[in-house]
Design a binder for this molecule. Structure first.
Ligand SMILES: *Cc1c(COP(=O)(O)O)cnc(C)c1O
Length: 392
């Protein structure tokens, strides 16, 4: 017993199997992307499971995330890709973390840190092939390559990779082709300039399953590792790894015409039983989903009604007999009829990534595969529920 109000149970066997599926879809090596605390699943346990499942690399955004993996004793190659002028490149070099660089200014900082650390930094140069987000533009690429080559000659860094990111891998094959062609040109330029990157990488989860010509030496898989199918309408045998559970902490029978939660955005149209659950928008339940979102309670789906509050929200249990302590599954793989992260994404008009990474730090993550909210916990000596009384 943990005494908690909710839990996120992470199925590490599913993570391992998902990585196996990704590895089976490519001849390239697999980088498991464990940024944002492993998409909310817990970066270190996910990283271990992913490596067990066949991943060769770990990918993160920040220095802090990379160093967390190293502190946990993980020795697999790690690439970190978002840095600014304050990034501690010396710590990254000392921890043997590869860094992505897209601007000459930051290349200077990496080189200075490597000089200070007394060991060459391993760098992956990023080219923007059409996402217009991170990466050097085609116009800026020659300068970045030239500076990298200069520092390489001086022995302060080694360009290990050239890489880019796809904007439309889940939706537009022609966009993918255009980016892949631009990537090829950037790589050719870098080679002509004397760089010898051993790792070219472009693909994300969606491309891992649908665009083999983007795989090169490494695919960077994020959402697929966590078991969310990356291409709308297609299934590649992935299994969602996270189950978010809680329990009913209050029930009440209310008459028709009862306003529920802030601003009374919902008014009951018939007598019903309200079940309160202790999860709100601070825990990752999107605030605007009332009227659309559902949870699994007593073996069936019941809607969330009224505004989701910071810490709690109200479920309309109808005439279901519900009692304090009844288990509620908010999301999971869907086995028992519970909603999935993809369902929540549709309700909240977002993507499953935002749903999963939005699960708040107040919700403990359990990696033993079981959790504590599976069995009914009844309050000893509880009175009969209002639901039965109210129904008459
Ligand atoms: C997050 C991220 C990925 C993983 O993308 P998915 O679509 O979740 O597989 C890959 N590469 C980069 C640069 C990313 O930021």
């Amino acid at each position: 017993m943990t005494g908690e109000l909710a839990e996120a149970v992470v199925d590490l066997a599913a993570i391992e199997a998902n990585v196996g599926r990704i590895a089976g879809a490519t001849t390239a090596a697999v980088m498991a992307v464990v940024k944002a605390d492993g998409f909310g699943h817990g970066a270190v346990p996910v990283a271990r499971a992913a490596l067990a499942g066949g991943a060769a690399w770990l990918g993160v955004t920040s220095a802090a995330e990379a160093l967390e993996l190293r502190r946990a004793g993980l020795t697999a190659p790690v690439l970190s890709w978002l840095h600014g002028p304050r990034t501690d490149f010396a710590a990254l070099a000392a921890a043997d973390v590869d860094v992505s660089v897209a601007a000459p200014e930051l290349l200077d900082a990496v080189a200075a840190a490597a000089r200070a650390a007394g060991r060459p930094a391993r760098v992956h140069l990023k080219i923007d092939t059409g996402m217009s987000r991170h990466g050097a533009t085609a116009a800026g690429w020659p300068e970045l390559v030239a500076w990298a080559r200069k520092y390489e000659r001086e022995g302060v860094l080694a360009v290990r990779g050239v890489w880019s990111h796809l904007a439309t891998a889940d939706s537009s094959p022609s966009g993918v082709s255009a980016q892949t062609a631009a990537f090829g040109e950037a790589v050719a330029y870098a080679r002509d300039a004397g760089l010898e990157p051993e790792l070219l990488h472009l693909a994300n989860s969606a491309a891992a399953f649908t665009a083999p010509h983007t795989h090169f030496d490494l695919v960077r898989a994020g959402i697929a590792v966590y078991g969310v199918e990356p291409v709308p309408g297609r299934a590649f045998g992935l299994r969602p790894a996270l189950t978010l559970r809680t329990e009913v902490i209050m029930t009440k029978r209310v008459p028709a015409g009862t306003g529920v939660s802030y601003q009374h955005t919902h008014v009951t149209d018939q007598p019903t039983t309200l079940a309160l659950i202790p999860l709100g928008f601070a825990d990752g339940i999107p605030r605007g989903v009332d009227g659309r979102a559902q949870v699994l309670l007593g073996g069936r789906r019941s809607p969330i009604i009224g505004r989701v509050a910071m810490d709690q929200c109200v479920v309309d249990a109808g005439d279901l007999e519900v009692r304090i302590g009844d288990p509620v599954t908010v999301l999971g793989p869907g086995d028992a009829g519970e909603p999935t992260a993809a369902d929540w994404a549709a309700w909240a008009a977002t993507n499953p990534h935002e749903i999963l990474t939005g699960i708040g730090t107040r919700v403990p993550r359990h990696h033993d595969g079981k959790g504590t909210f599976t069995a009914d916990v009844r309050v000893e000596g509880a009175l009969p529920s209002c639901a039965t009384e109210g129904k008459r």
